[in-house]
Write a protein that binds this ligand. Sequence first.
Ligand SMILES: O=P(O)(O)OC[C@H]1O[C@H](O)[C@H](O)[C@@H](O)[C@@H]1O
Length: 640
Amino acid sequence: MKPHFLFHCLKERHTSAAPWHVTIMPHLGKRLLAAPDSAWQFNVGSGARLGSVRLPTSSSFGSEMAVRLIGTGNNSHWKAFGTRHSYRSGAQALITCSATLSNVNLLAVEKIDFKKLQNGSDIRGVAIPGVEGEPVNLTESATEAIAAAFSQWLFDKTDDGSRRLRIAVGHDSRISANMLQSAVARGIAGAGSDVVLYGLASTPAMFNSTITQREDFFCPVDGSIMITASHLPFNRNGLKFFTNAGGLGKLDITDILSRAAKIYNKFSEENLKFTSEAAEKVIKRVNYMEQYTSDLVGAVRRGARGEERPLEGFHIIVDAGNGAGGFFAGSVLEPLGAVTKGSQFLEPDGLFPNHIPNPEDKKAMDAITKAVINQKADLGIIFDTDVDRAAAVDSNGQELNRNRLIALLSAIVLAEHPRTTIVTDSVTSDGLTHFIENKLGGKHHRFKRGYKNVIDEAIRLDAAGEETHLAIETSGHGALKENHWLDDGAYLMVKLLIKLAAAKVAGETKGSSVLSNLIGELKEAEFATELRLKIDESHPDVGARTFRDYGEEVLKQLEQRVASDHVLTKAPVNYEGVRVSGYGGWFLLRLSLHDPVLPLNIEAPSKAAAVQLGNAVLAVVKNFEALDTTALQKFVETPE
Ligand SMILES: O=P(O)(O)OC[C@H]1O[C@H](O)[C@H](O)[C@@H](O)[C@@H]1O
């Protein structure tokens, strides 16, 4: 294979169908490295993106360099690493973005620490160069090795070793998606399995493909891979894996990464040539989202006594934040009869120019709330990048997220399954417990943070005889037993739509008050905050300990301090960190699932009460020199 460079730059909002003629000019600083070659000239069509275009090399370039694109064409906007360049018709464009030598020629020198790519039950890394201090570690070759390892792992798990396995691959809107998709396809094909590419898809759709019975879509597939890094910045990417038993767990990912490291070390040029050819032979492409969205549409119709367009008369706005969730407006809401005018950021754009697609992000929630109010819509729906998380906004602009979304879904689920258990993450409020147990007659099982933890706990409880139908996090992740315990933000929204549609069919009041009324009795704290205290792993106070051990020591000392304080009471049942009640509120200090951070959640009837709780924590944490307590210090010193 010829050595080549990859660069990432994209042309956006092309206002004309005429192509741009572009010449690539490799630079190192200001120095032109080689005269433009005719092979380095190409046309960029309307709406095209220059994501991961291969740039051949001839001389001895370094492993990184700047690429300048010189082009002429009609009005268009280009973007390279967050900077926008606008050009008028006929003007010459000069865009600089960085390029990295593709790892295909870096095999001998590039060392990848595969263990570092694990993020709980996902794989996450840096896929795009250009951000200082964030070198690429999810390279094409590393990705190829990981996909091959998954295929191998799947083969070992499958009883019948006599047939070829089928693995589906989907991706979100990230600019590295196509590059990694090719690498994943090569890895799967090289390991002897068949590849079915879905293109732009959602994470839940990828799991769904393992249980769909449709041979014309090559379903059910034996396993699936979603290429996504959820709401993380544009330069990151990652992989999630599914079988018909659900998403893979932490131990499976550790196993896959250790296999990948071995595969990677054996890569050779011939080997990579072979995988490229193998991929070309076995790749199939299907529009699986068509199947997935028709399942969602069908679920709403069934919930509305089979009515074809049960959302007729509703105005519902979708904000996909330029992630993969734009399909929900045109392929779910509109066929059900809803008007979706004013929906925003539906077009995939991996640079996320409007806001981060994340229902936990304030700017994102403000954007959808504003749109609902401006449009006088009945409901707003917002997704994260890969659509496994969601939140809503009612017609009054009230956010239906965090505890409120959990309360709402609990009300819906407990009406269907009285007295059952609702499993949530650890940062849920005391008001939510009161609502679930005293108003809805259910049982609240407040477990740990982490969607996989919450879902696995619900499955465990249910199997052990404690009837459970809903596992949901304040982050907007949620899974229902009726939907195969699939972590699916779109399905959570479908449950809300069913409620709206059923109320309309039954002739009850229309609009989102049907939803808001369900949580009218949820008591919410006047004051709620989350502060994240960072542990400096290289601080001498940490010494030879891991940040986890250091964090555990902080928690132990806090627990001792609480035991000797007569105002504070440790929560009798608690699965994560130190949860304490006092001053009419509560706090929870715990270790982050992934980072060297101790997140502190406080809820209280007033800021003053919250400060008292904060002071109790500060009295302990200030003695730990490796802990950055600035945010907490500031919090207790600011009265309002
Ligand atoms: O422990 P934290 O750092 O707060 O992160 C916890 C969160 O991590 C990821 O985003 C998971 O997808 C969530 O399910 C989880 O709740």
